[in-house]
Ligand binder design. Structure first.
Ligand SMILES: Nc1nc2c(ncn2[C@@H]2O[C@H](COP(=O)(O)OP(=O)(O)OP(=O)(O)O)[C@@H](O)[C@H]2O)c(=O)[nH]1
Ligand SMILES: [Mg+2]
Length: 457
């Protein structure tokens, strides 16, 4: 089973890597989107991210899952590093890689962490260990969450890093313990912002760990209830996602008999981690789906921009046209009245029927002059003003019908403003409608058929 999921994932990846750049790279580039950004989250092994409060038992769980003592554990905040655990690639030997090596290595998807600075890099490590379980997945152990005041002492944007890692991850284990289930709210917000809306919460596994520390069942029910309440506040959903109730078997610590029924949930959680490669299949498609929808919204906005521009231009051309005709008819007459030259202005010649080729000279000059002044004015004044106006309020460019659209727009709004600000002259020549049609065709055909295949699996 595992083997065939891996094969599927590989096939799908190759398909995405083959089809998307071929069909859409032109469209992506046209709007300043990079195909590489889209490919980054899917380029390495499936990733499992473990986050939660300090001392909630993250590292203990990882050690247990791997069947070896890899991560340090202990009461009070133990770990202040992000640790990527994986098996060495073929032909490479076990050992640690430093943060700066990890972010610089093109094979890994972690280049985006560089923006969080040196301080983070000194708290990032990749441990390559001989473990069969880590051949097909990598696990990221994270520093435990503290309260928000102490978060600021870390010296880097902790939640930003969590967001970036969540974007890359196929499965996210969010671990609570009965004592501190509240401090996770900020983290959840970050997750919600980074996960594609189509991913929902299915990429997140909620775990209430250390339940053996509850005095009795009553105590556990209370802790569970509190967590459900907190979760519903965070997710805004009425249904409660599954919460794994687990505990580690700590040597020497007796577990009350009635808690033993939950032993199997620990095993199920471990199994769920092994499901990461299958989740990767959905993740890949969700990434493509998200990128394509975001791009679709940008294209629609740019199409509207072009439409507004054309209508503004039409109005301007109409005014300049009227002025030019006026100048054609009256220009030399006014000259004649002021200076006496030319002696036979166009209108008079027209009335007297004395039209010669010469009579057209000044009207044409006036006509062209007016058009020249008009287009100069448009280029230097009207157009830049129009751009400033639209770029400062791009919301006018889109009609957002659903909450999903509004979410998407939040993410791409600044890109639209930037495109208008920096690339407007080019954008008005782009055939947005054709690009949109191309994009929609890929969504309806290729992407849909990939989804169907993955669902069947
Ligand atoms: N009773 C009990 N103790 C646990 C359980 N899981 C972990 N512990 C203990 O809790 C302490 C903290 O565990 P860690 O695994 O280090 O927790 P962590 O979440 O990695 O902590 P940080 O890395 O500091 O964020 C250790 O002393 C563990 O032995 C559990 O399920 N039950
Ligand atoms: Mg730890």
């Amino acid at each position: 089973m595992q083997q065939s999921v891996n094969i599927r994932a590989k096939e799908l990846k190759e398909k995405i890597e083959g089809i998307i750049p071929k069909r859409l790279s032109g469209v992506f580039e046209c709007y300043g989107f990079s195909i590489d950004d889209l490919m980054t989250p899917i380029k390495w092994k499936p990733l499992v991210l473990i986050i939660g409060n300090y001392s909630s038992g993250k590292s203990t769980f990882i050690n247990e899952f791997l069947g070896m003592d890899v991560q340090r554990t202990g009461q009070a905040p133990t770990d202040d590093s992000f640790t990527i655990l994986t098996a060495p690639e073929e032909g490479e030997s076990p050992g640690d890689l430093t943060g700066s090596t990890v972010v610089a290595d093109e094979r890994f998807p972690f280049g985006g962490l560089r923006k969080f600075g040196e301080k983070l890099l000194s708290h990032l490590v990749m441990k390559r260990i001989d473990s069969d379980k880590l051949k097909d997945i990598a696990i990221i152990d994270t520093p435990g969450m503290l309260d928000s005041v102490t978060e600021q002492d870390r010296g880097y944007d902790f939640l930003g890093v969590i967001g970036e890692l969540a974007r890359l991850s196929d499965l996210i284990v969010l671990m609570f313990d009965p004592h501190k289930a509240g401090t996770i709210k900020e983290t959840y917000k970050v997750l919600r912002m980074t996960l594609p809306a189509s991913a929902g919460e299915d990429r997140v596994l909620f775990v209430l760990n250390r339940i053996d520390e509850c005095e009795n069942l009553e105590d556990l029910v209370r802790a569970y209830g509190t967590l459900c309440w907190n979760l519903s506040q965070m997710t805004g959903r009425k249904d409660i996602p599954r919460i794994y109730l687990t505990y580690a078997k700590i040597p020497g610590k007796e577990v009350p008999q009635e808690f033993k029924v939950w032993e199997k949930e620990r095993e199920e959680l471990k199994k769920a981690l092994m499901d990461a490669p299958r989740m990767r299949l959905f993740h890949m498609l969700q990434e493509v789906d998200r990128a394509v929808r975001e791009l679709g919204l940008v294209i629609r906005a740019m199409d509207k921009f072009k439409e507004m521009f054309v209508s503004r231009l039409k109005r301007f051309v109409k005014s300049v046209g009227i002025a030019a005709v006026f100048a054609f008819l009256m220009g030399d007459l006014v000259m004649n009245l002021l200076t006496g030259y030319p002696s036979d202005p166009f209108l008079l010649s027209l009335v007297t029927g004395n039209l010669g080729v010469d009579t057209f000279l000044w009207p044409i000059i006036w006509f062209l002059f007016t058009i020249g002044i008009g287009s100069f004015y448009f280029q230097k004044i009207t157009f830049p003003r129009f751009i400033r106006e639209v770029a400062s309020n791009p919301d006018r460019l889109v009609e957002l019908k659903s909450a999903y659209d509004r979410d998407l727009w939040e993410r791409v709004r600044h890109r639209v403003a930037e495109l208008i600000d920096k690339d407007a002259r080019h954008q008005i020549w782009v055939r947005h409608k054709r690009n949109l049609a191309r994009l929609e065709k890929v969504v309806k055909t290729e992407l849909q058929s990939m989804y169907d295949k993955v669902r069947m699996f």
